[in-house]
Design a protein around this ligand. Structure first.
Ligand code: WQD
Length: 332
């Protein structure tokens, strides 16, 4: 079984390629390397002792996609490729709408040309916007607060309409919560360009003295310690969730939507203290004002993914913190 992974050199994409290869799927990666490195392909091969076919192309380039489908018998596609920085999407929405929507439409059009109608899409819990209640079920109200999140919501709608127009399509929409951590080898992990927006990569850069101090965005939320609560999921657990989605498509026909989270919420200070304890490092921080757009609490109800995919996370917060730091130390 051959799986085309768009954005396969990225953080979640590369971890998913490892889990697919470990289960004897053939993997083809297409990635334009706009937010990732070519060396990740070598790391994936080093971890799995398997070969990967790599194409440095843009998913918006239909001829490049046709070449991939001509040269490989692709049975399924997992679509990660897309811009994902919330802040940047607010400053440059057209870049996000053009890239994320056009790439998905081009991909689906070429897939149809080659009668490949099995697709797993990398969506996000950001489609829930400000949750009205937690834990969040897949039936919760959808509303987005930034262009990045809106591209994910629009793509979900596009894929739903595609399925309604032709129910030969088999589509799984995966709504991730907060992926953190890294593969235990330390060979692949979260390697953002520039100053990180997200909590864990920022903590890691302070712990490795690349940045001076963490700003904790607000401690006056209605949460256990006043700081924001999120559902952190180990990126390897998340990757395995994608394998489960591929297996779902092999067994069942239709369009399916699942949250991928642990169902547990941890506050910023809980993450920070756990990180310092398990890694025996000090991370300097200060409490500052809230970040606009942030919500107090956001965590998943994971029951549907357990029932529908047989998916359950296995890694705890300590492992997430240890693996995140291990990757940073090994790739300083
Ligand atoms: C987590 C918590 C912050 C940084 C984002 C995207 C979402 C998804 C996951 C793609 C919050 C606090 C953070 C910092 C802090 N990405 N924080 N200081 O905002 O829950 O979700 O990443 O799909 O789309 O919105 O993640 O890691 O930015 O923040 O105090 O320097 O950490 O306030 O409570 P978030 P995050």
């Amino acid at each position: 079984m051959s799986v085309l992974v768009t954005g396969g050199c990225g953080y979640i994409g590369s971890h998913t390629c490892v889990e697919l290869l470990n289960r004897n799927y053939d993997v083809v990666i297409v990635d334009n390397l706009s937010n990732s490195k070519r060396s990740v392909v070598d790391k994936i091969e080093e971890i799995t002792h398997k070969n990967v076919k790599f194409y440095e192309d843009d998913v918006c380039d239909k001829d490049a996609l046709r070449k991939i489908f001509n040269e490989n018998k692709i049975d399924m596609v997992i679509h990660f490729a897309g811009f994902k920085a919330v802040g940047e999407s607010v400053l440059n929405p057209m870049k996000y709408y053009r890239n994320n929507l056009v790439s998905t439409i081009c991909l689906c059009e070429v897939m149809k040309e080659y009668n490949c109608k099995n697709l797993v899409f990398s969506s996000s819990a950001t489609v829930y916007g400000t949750p009205r209640r937690v834990p969040i079920k897949e039936t919760a109200h959808l509303s987005t607060t930034n262009p990045y999140g809106t591209t994910k919501l629009f793509i979900e709608r596009i894929l739903t309409d595609l399925y309604k127009s032709d129910n030969e399509w088999n589509i799984v929409l995966l709504r991730y919560f907060n992926p953190i951590g890294a593969h235990e080898s330390g060979l692949i992990g979260e390697d953002p360009n520039g100053i990180p927006n997200n909590l864990m990569p920022y903590i890691v850069k302070v712990a490795t003295h690349e940045l001076n101090e963490l700003s904790v965005f607000g401690n006056d939320y209605n949460t256990k310690d006043g700081t924001g609560v999120r559902d952190y999921i180990h990126v390897v657990d998340l990757a395995i969730g994608h394998v489960k989605a591929i297996e779902k498509i092999n067994k069942s026909k239709g369009l399916f939507i699942y949250n991928l989270g642990t169902g547990k919420g941890y506050s910023v200070l809980e993450v920070l203290n756990t990180f310092m304890k398990v890694n025996n490092v000090d991370v300097k921080y200060k409490i500052v004002g809230r970040r606009s757009g942030d919500v107090a609490s956001c965590y998943a109800n994971p029951e549907k993914a357990l029932k529908g995919l047989g998916f359950k996370t296995t890694k705890n917060l300590e492992e997430m913190c240890r693996d995140a730091y291990n990757f940073a130390i090994k790739n300083k």
